[in-house]
Design a protein around this ligand. Structure first.
Ligand code: PGA
Length: 248
């Protein structure tokens, strides 16, 4: 059976004080349960110290596609490994839309993450305009194909996918379980056409305004294998409840 996995994406939120409170609340509540928090770079050391030896893994929200060099402001995969990261989010829609990351850039970051032994959480998803134009599947397929072309379909055995409709991110507007399931099933069948075993084992998270109140119905869908949680991952009770919904 494939693994259900919930990951928090803190985005550019937090402080040493706030993080300490959040981590000390979620750590005992999630004891023995697998979960992930993806935090801002400066807090990786704090999270490593707080979560080492626990069942909660951690990661970053971005990385450079380059291994080292004169790239001011960038952070390499090896640096993330130095702080015990297991995961890194790649191609989040905010990176794509606000920081100009193209499919090609995202694919290079995915390759760099895997080359270092990190598990990329590859985000895909359509904008509202694209959904209304009826091209959701075409957009998601294009985003996935860029990575398959760069790294091969077998690389997905060492990755997590996150379907995040852009119109549902941070808007309070969640995709209905049926809308999300339809795209998840499309993604899995698209990958199954290349490799059925990889498709069957691939964890595909849903992201976009997931909260404790809607997590169970989303996670009950056959092709939804967890969540990538933004806003609700900053609230201990919410994040814990979502992780528990995934475990049930
Ligand atoms: P949200 O963000 O849960 O705040 O909608 C999800 C994400 O962007 O990963």
């Amino acid at each position: 059976m494939r693994k259900k996995l919930v990951a928090g994406n803190w985005k550019m939120h937090g402080s040493l004080t706030d993080n300490a409170a959040l981590l000390s609340a979620i750590k005992p509540a999630l004891a023995g349960m697998e979960a992930v928090v993806c935090v801002p770079f400066p807090y990786l050391a704090q999270v490593q110290a707080a979560l080492s030896g626990s069942s909660i893994a951690w990661g970053a929200q971005n990385l450079s596609d380059q291994p080292k060099g004169a790239f001011t402001g960038e952070v390499s995969a090896a640096m993330l490994l130095d702080f015990g990261c297991k995961y890194v989010i790649v191609g989040h829609s905010e990176r794509r839309s606000l920081f100009g990351e193209t499919d090609a850039v995202v694919a290079r970051k995915y390759v760099a993450a895997q080359a270092a032994g990190l598990t990329p959480i590859l985000c895909v998803g359509e904008s509202l305009e694209e959904r209304e134009a009826g091209i959701t599947e075409r957009i998601v397929a294009r985003q996935i194909d860029a990575v398959i072309e760069a790294a091969g379909v077998a690389s997905l055995a060492r990755a997590v996918l996150a379907y995040e409709p852009v119109w549902a991110i941070g808007t309070g507007k969640t995709a209905t379980p049926e809308q999300a399931q339809a795209v998840h099933a499309f993604i899995r069948s698209k990958i199954a056409a290349l490799n059925a075993t990889i498709a069957d084992g691939l964890t595909i998270q849903y992201g976009g305004s997931v909260k404790a109140s809607n997590a169970a119905e989303l996670l009950a869908q056959p092709d939804i294998d967890g969540g990538l949680i933004g806003g609700a991952s900053l609230i201990a009770d919410e994040f814990v409840a979502i992780c528990k919904a995934a475990a049930n």
